[in-house]
Ligand binder design. Structure first.
Ligand code: G3P
Ligand code: CA
Length: 310
């Protein structure tokens, strides 16, 4: 009887397992609505990824200015350490993708191989468009002074297994604390929960967010493992306010689960209007995007829905 039951029920278990593993794929490719009709009254955070990085070179003052001009709610940026341990705003470990020397050649090596003075010589705008050849890598302090609480700043602490990074978290906290009322408008996020733990030991008021799923992760299996780990840690410390997962790992059920555990969910990087609508229909609280102009336009349309029915 038990044997028979196992034999007959096995296909259902296999099907159910496969479905739940690929649930986000089914959602976004088969079931997700791309209509805004059911989004009336829906409010959400618009977070400019590396500034308005689809409209200007990423992580530059030009991209941050553009994001502010568009009226975003938050600006996301990435931080790293230079050789002389200054905190700069830069995404990659290596410089060559976006940095050019005075001759216009890609700069070789890692960020932490260069001092701040050397780094300031590099042009990080031309790779995007020659119009931006004056753009330099900003320090975190320069960017925070520039934004000065006009919008929330979401700082991503990038992982680096290098002696230059030994006291990275401590230095970051110092910079955040040096801003007027910094704890109210600056949030730290990382794939590395250890950094966030250190940050909280140094200053219990600083807000943090867990990031789950990096480019190197095997998407769906990793989603389960990482979500469990992060949610477990967040529960222990009660310090994590939100979880920012890669958008392809989300479905309405998964967003519901995160909400049930008390977290806001901000999906990244969502760059087309259609995908933004799918994510909003799944229930996310925020959209992290390279194209905040698209998200702002969408938000205006959704707000107009409400006015039309009044
Ligand atoms: O905010 C999430 C996102 O920025 C993480 O990925 O590679 O764009 O820094 P990445
Ligand atoms: Ca980032």
């Amino acid at each position: 009887m038990t044997k028979k039951f196992l034999l007959y029920s096995a296909p259902f278990f296999i099907l159910f397992g496969a479905f739940s593993l690929f649930e986000p794929w089914f959602y976004r490719n088969l079931f997700a609505s791309t209509s805004i009709d059911r989004l009336e009254g829906k409010e959400f955070q618009i977070i400019a990824h590396k500034g308005a990085s689809g409209l200007a070179p990423e992580n530059t003052m030009a991209a941050f200015q553009k994001a502010l001009d568009l009226g975003v709610d938050q600006i996301e940026l990435d931080v790293r350490h230079t050789k002389d341990e200054e905190i700069i705003v830069f995404h990659d470990q290596r410089l060559d993708r976006v940095a050019r020397d005075t001759l216009g050649n890609p700069v070789t090596g890692d960020v932490h191989d260069y001092t701040l003075e050397e780094i300031k010589q590099f042009d990080v705008g031309s790779w995007y468009d020659s119009h931006y050849s004056d753009q330099r890598i900003p320090t975190l302090k320069e960017v925070l002074d520039f934004i000065n609480g006009q919008v929330t700043v979401l700082i991503e602490i990038k992982h680096m297994d290098h002696p230059h990074y030994d006291d990275f978290a401590e230095k970051l906290v110092e910079v955040v604390m040096s801003e007027d009322d910094g704890e109210s408008w600056i949030i730290l996020q990382s794939y590395e929960p250890e950094y966030l733990d250190i940050v909280h030991e140094l200053d219990s008021l600083i807000q943090t967010k867990a990031l789950i799923i990096g480019e190197d992760s095997a998407p769906l299996i990793a989603f389960y493992v990482e979500t469990r780990i992060h949610m477990g840690r967040a529960k222990e410390s009660n310090r994590m306010k939100a979880i920012n997962p890669q958008w392809e790992t989300l479905s309405p059920r998964r967003v519901f689960q995160m909400h049930a555990k008390g977290y806001q969910v901000h999906a990244y990087p969502v760059n087309t209007r259609e995908d933004m609508i799918k994510m909003l229909n799944a229930g996310v609280d925020g959209i992290i995007t390279d194209y905040p102009n698209v998200a702002i336009q969408l938000r205006n349309e959704i707000r107009r829905l409400g006015q039309e029915t009044q």
